[in-house]
Design a protein around this ligand. Sequence first.
Ligand SMILES: CC(C)(COP(=O)(O)OP(=O)(O)OC[C@H]1O[C@@H](n2cnc3c(N)ncnc32)[C@H](O)[C@@H]1OP(=O)(O)O)[C@@H](O)C(=O)NCCC(=O)NCCS
Length: 337
Amino acid sequence: MTAPIRPPVGAAHARIWGVGGYRPVRVVPNSELVDRIDSSDEWIQSRSGIKTRRWANDEETVAEMSIAAAGKALAHAGIAADQIGCVIVSTVTHLKQTPSIATEIAYKLGAGGGRAPAFDVSAACAGFCYGLTLASDMVRGGSAEYVLVIGVERLSDLTNRDDRGTAFIFGDGAGAVVVGPSDTPGIGPVVWGSDGSKADTITQTESWEALRGGNAEVPFPTLRMEGQTVFRWAVWEMAKVCQQALDAAGVTTEDLDAFIPHQANMRITDAMIKALKLPAEVPVARDIAETGNTSAASIPLAMERMLETGEATSGGTALVMGFGAGLVYAGQVITLP
Ligand SMILES: CC(C)(COP(=O)(O)OP(=O)(O)OC[C@H]1O[C@@H](n2cnc3c(N)ncnc32)[C@H](O)[C@@H]1OP(=O)(O)O)[C@@H](O)C(=O)NCCC(=O)NCCS
């Protein structure tokens, strides 16, 4: 006879209880980049909306930026590190195949007494929303009471300063949220997916394998992007995903108190606003102007800024949506912490 197995017991609902960010100290203006790519401050601002980005120094490692952001998120949530039941780190710039960076971060933070389960997620600019989805399901599924989700990147390590299509886009930073149990729904159904047929449109130039044996012919890998293809995909497809996430949550654009899309490019954000017919009074995250595109870190960084500046308020309803290399995407409606 099959032994009866006691099922896991989770919370009725999940929500984000706290958010925190870390921005590297060094501000890099467009003027510092333009000579090497024969560009101008005006061109970069008009094509991407970016004025400055932050680039990390040697001490601002993936782990240290994450720990700083997580500390702020824990304080905002009023949760102690030892209450954390899992640490999820979304990143594509932890440049060591194994172990994950999440275990080092969990240990240094003292998450779950330094023993919390911890793992990395590789979902590029959708990484934060992928992590948020897992965290919500863990809390409701009973595998963790509180989950720390971190999005962190040091994209300057993988940026080719001579590539006109990417040198000005990427930035560094970390953002974190604490997800935990709630009496009311605070994270709506996710709408997510991938399109591997477009895997080559944003990619690392060389695999680590190509560097085997110290092959001097192979330059250190950087990121390469087919800008126009990605732009068109984002503008046409991602507004549909936003609408589907709103529909899945039973919310309309009129109900939104904030729209926080991945900070890919200001023009992509503007096109999504238009396609969604977002009411003019809904505040929209525009953190990219000062921060650049920080991939997995961009949504929590933008969320923190909107709450700090008062553009959005705690308890408000927001739509978050991430999209990027893979290609991958994920979006959901949330209650702001
Ligand atoms: C990268 C991006 C800004 C480039 O803009 P674009 O208009 O597609 O640029 P193109 O490559 O078609 O080039 C258009 C013109 O600008 C020029 N140009 C390209 N890069 C330039 C640069 N950095 N500075 C100045 N001029 C540049 C080209 O030479 C070309 O000139 P021409 O018309 O005289 O031939 C744009 O494709 C983009 O934003 N893509 C989406 C990228 C993104 O958001 N990725 C993140 C997803 S997670």
